[in-house]
Each structure stands twice: as structure tokens, then as C-alpha cells.
Design a protein around this ligand. Structure first.
Ligand SMILES: *Cc1c(COP(=O)(O)O)cnc(C)c1O
Length: 445
């Protein structure tokens, strides 16, 4: 028995959690200083804790929530689904929610990506996309194409395969010995512009670096994986859509797959349903997760082309894609996703978010007037800026704590503060988000 458990009262959820739950992405010792909040319920963009305090969820609970907590429409769909079918295995069986969801997502790509393969978490979708590409080349008689390419600062999840295409030292460093490293190529992050250099010129440099690698190595390379438009986890690094257009041509020219990890940027986050739409290109494989279930249940999927699907379609078992997870295509999660897509249609969310992103731009402009702010930037429903604090060490944690004091859930990455709110904030709430954030900056200055 854990000795910490002994003197804890039943209603002390924080102490009970610290004694029994190993929290994700956390140095547990930091909770000796850092507040842990026990959430009792949520409504709209707000989370409420057991002490009656509330927090504006400006990061969509790790980028998953799209239409608010306890959304009545998603709740109703799930309650209905619960009484029909909670789960059935997807090998040898199928069900209405998974079929309907696959058809609707396929239609959203104009049927370019008409085959959906399901999993539960984002990292598993990335593993699937990598394996699918690798196995495709083997089936196509090019078993020598076994390597992958990712971008500087890329993040594709934290399972071992996904870490191999991740370039954030915080996550990879301890596990270097376990991972098969991908080639890491210059990111098109627009902040790298030298004095007088434009975003287009940064893109040209990044494309030249990619061409250089592919020219030397493409016969051994299966796929390039990128986070289109915004590399979120490294600190909301944004690039011009033209990068994706040029990358698409390079991948065609050198016969390597283009994998778009739209786990964070998909589902309307950047202003279009798929981020790649803004470059007018379709990748060979797209990973979706996070927002696809409205932030309700773990669901991820990989969408791919008929060309890739056909390379696995054969009499021989082992030419097939023999990958599975226990909860593959879970009906409840698919139903939450269908309810989420219904909201996109009924409320014309992509159009409505255009207005909402203008409000976000106004709020960002005000916060960016602060003398410590650098590189204010925005893409649709993601707004971010860098801060130059006097003390960098521990800035993210101090900022998180200071934001809670302002009834605000912010979770800075290093010295980057960002907003990635659910698509339900009103004009007033967005202005309020800006003002609260300014007060956080004041408190930290
Ligand atoms: C969150 C994320 C992942 C991993 O998803 P998990 O569900 O956390 O495994 C992969 N890629 C990107 C771009 C992400 O933002």
C-alpha cells in the first residue's frame, strides 16, 4: 500500500490523484509547487473544479475539444448509440457508425482518400501510416525503400515508431537508443526568416534542403511526414501553404509518399477542414485524431488512396495490412465523430470560424502590444506568440499557474503562449481571453 494514501480525506481528489495517478507529460515532483486541479464538470468552453472555481479552456483540453464540454448534441448521439452497440470487433464485422463515418470523411476529400483505417490514439495513426507506406513499397517490389523523413521540430507522437519521426529533444532524448531515427530536414518555420527575407524565401530554402536529400537518397526513402501549416507541439511554428504544394511535387518526382499528420491541424483548426486543402493538394496518407471525436473519445484514423489500398489487395494473407488495435473503429467513438461532423454541417462551422478567427486576430493584436511579445502569429483557430521573459527556466509552469489565477487554462510550450480554443467562444469571450492573457503577462513581468 502506498504510504501517501493514509492521511488523505475522501474528498481530496488532488491528494488522492497525486498518490495514485502518474500524470502524463509531467515531472511529478513539480506538483509539490505546481497546482493540480481536480475537475468536476465542464460546460461549453469552461471547466469547473471541485472547489467551485472555473477555467476557460483556451487549449481545448490538449487540442481535442471542438464544440465545448458536455455538448448537448454530441451527448444525445452518444446516449442513443450506447443503447444500440457499445463495441464490436472490426475484423470480420462492421457497423453503421464506422461505415457512415468513413463515407463522410472520404467525401470531404472528394474521394481522393477513400479508404479509412482506424485506431484509437494519434500516435497509433502515425505508426499505421508509417507501416502502411513501408509495407506498400515492399508489396510494390521496392523493399529497399525503408527510410523516413521528418522536419526539424516535428512532433508525431510518443510511441517508439512515432518518436523516430519526432524531433523535439524533450521527448526523444531519453529514448534515442530505442528509436530508428528518420532523416531530419529543415523546417519551413517562418520565424527563421533572416532580416529582409520573406516567408516564401524560407519555404524555398526548406524545399531546396528536401530536394537535396531526396536526390541523394529517394531510392531508400518510403515517405516524408509533415504537420501541415502548423507544427504545433514544438511551439506553434507556422509556414506558408506553398511549402505543401512544392513538397507534393517533390514527392511525386522522387516517388516517395507524402504523409500529412493532421492530428492537431485537421478538423477545421487552421481554417479549412483539412489543412492541406489550403495548398490544394492531397497527400498519400492523412492521419486524423484529436478533434475528430469532438474531444469525447479516443479515435484516430489513417485515410489513404486507392493506389495504396490496391497494393495490399491480394489472395495472399501476408500482403494484407495485418495491423489492429482492440478498440479499432469503436462505435461510440465513431458516433461522437458523426455528431461532430453534423455540427460542422448544421452550423456551417468553417464559415463561422472565419469570423471567430478575426476576433482572435483582434485579441492577439492587443496582447502583442506588450513589450515582451515576439512573433505574434495565427492560422485560423490557432493564435500564438513568443515571450522574452527575464528568466526562461520554468516560464511555462509559472505562466500556467498565473493563468489559473485568471480563471484561464493556458499551457505554454517553452516560451510560446498560444490559444487553441474550442469553436464555441463568442466575441466577448475572445476579447476576455485576450484581457486575461494580458493580465497573466503583467503578473509575470
Ligand atoms: C497529439 C499529436 C499526435 C499524437 O496523438 P496522441 O493521441 O497524443 O497519441 C501526433 N501528431 C500530432 C501532430 C499531434 O499533435
Amino acid at each position: 500500500m502506498n504510504p501517501l494514501r493514509q492521511q488523505i480525506s475522501d474528498s481530496d481528489w488532488v491528494a488522492r490523484s497525486l498518490a495514485s495517478v502518474w500524470h502524463p507529460c509531467t515531472q511529478m515532483q513539480h506538483h509539490e509547487m505546481l497546482p493540480l486541479k481536480a475537475i468536476s464538470h465542464g460546460q461549453g468552453a469552461w471547466l469547473m473544479d471541485h472547489r467551485g472555481q472555473r477555467y476557460l479552456d483556451a487549449v481545448s483540453s490538449w487540442w481535442v475539444n471542438l464544440f465545448g464540454h458536455a455538448n448537448p448534441r454530441i451527448n444525445a448521439a452518444l446516449k442513443d448509440q450506447l443503447d444500440r452497440l457499445e463495441h464490436a470487433m472490426l475484423a470480420g464485422f462492421t457497423h453503421e457508425p464506422v461505415v457512415a463515418l468513413s463515407e463522410r470523411l472520404s467525401a470531404l476529400t472528394g474521394h481522393h482518400l477513400g479508404h479509412c483505417f482506424y485506431a484509437s490514439d494519434g500516435a497509433s495513426a502515425v505508426e499505421i501510416a508509417l507501416k502502411m507506406s513501408f509495407h506498400y513499397w515492399r508489396n510494390a517490389g521496392h523493399a529497399e525503400k525503408q527510410e523516413f523523413v521528418c522536419l526539424e521540430g516535428s512532433y508525431h507522437g510518443e510511441t517508439v515508431g512515432a518518436l523516430g519521426v519526432t524531433d523535439v529533444p524533450l521527448f526523444t532524448e531519453a529514448y534515442g537508443g530505442m528509436c530508428r531515427r528518420a532523416h531530419v530536414v529543415m523546417s519551413p518555420d517562418a520565424r527563421q526568416a533572416a532580416d529582409g527575407e520573406t516567408g516564401t524565401e524560407v519555404v524555398a530554402r526548406a524545399i531546396a534542403a528536401m530536394r537535396n536529400l531526396l536526390e541523394r537518397r529517394a531510392t531508400r526513402i518510403a515517405a516524408v511526414i509533415v504537420e501541415p501549416l502548423v507544427q504545433c507541439a514544438v511551439g506553434m511554428a507556422m509556414h506558408d501553404a506553398d511549402y505543401l504544394r512544392q513538397l507534393r511535387s517533390l514527392c511525386d518526382e522522387y516517388k516517395v509518399h507524402f504523409i500529412a499528420d493532421e492530428i492537431a491541424v485537421g478538423c477545421g483548426r487552421t481554417g479549412s477542414f483539412f489543412a492541406c486543402e489550403q495548398a490544394d493538394v492531397w497527400p498519400d496518407l492523412v492521419c486524423l485524431s484529436k478533434g475528430i471525436s469532438g474531444g469525447y473519445l479516443p479515435l484516430s484514423l489513417v485515410m489513404t488512396t486507392d493506389a495504396i489500398y490496391q497494393a495490399f489487395y491480394h489472395r495472399e494473407l501476408t500482403r494484407g495490412f495485418l495491423h489492429s488495435h482492440s478498440y479499432t473503429g469503436n462505435p461510440l467513438a465513431c458516433r461522437a465523430a458523426l455528431a461532430t461532423l453534423d455540427i460542422f454541417d448544421e452550423d456551417q462551422v468553417i464559415d463561422a470560424n472565419f469570423q471567430r478567427s478575426q476576433w482572435l486576430a483582434d485579441a492577439l493584436e492587443k496582447v502583442a502590444a506588450h513589450p515582451l511579445v515576439r512573433y505574434p502569429r495565427q492560422r485560423g483557430m490557432i493564435a500564438a506568440f513568443d515571450v522574452q521573459p527575464r528568466v526562461k527556466e520554468g516560464f511555462a509552469q509559472r505562466c500556467f499557474a498565473a493563468a489559473l489565477e485568471q480563471e484561464l487554462l493556458l499551457r505554454p510550450i517553452g516560451t510560446t503562449i498560444y490559444w487553441m480554443p474550442p469553436y464555441v467562444l463568442t466575441e466577448g469571450e475572445i476579447a476576455d481571453l485576450g484581457e486575461r492573457t494580458s493580465r497573466v503577462l503583467e503578473a509575470l513581468a
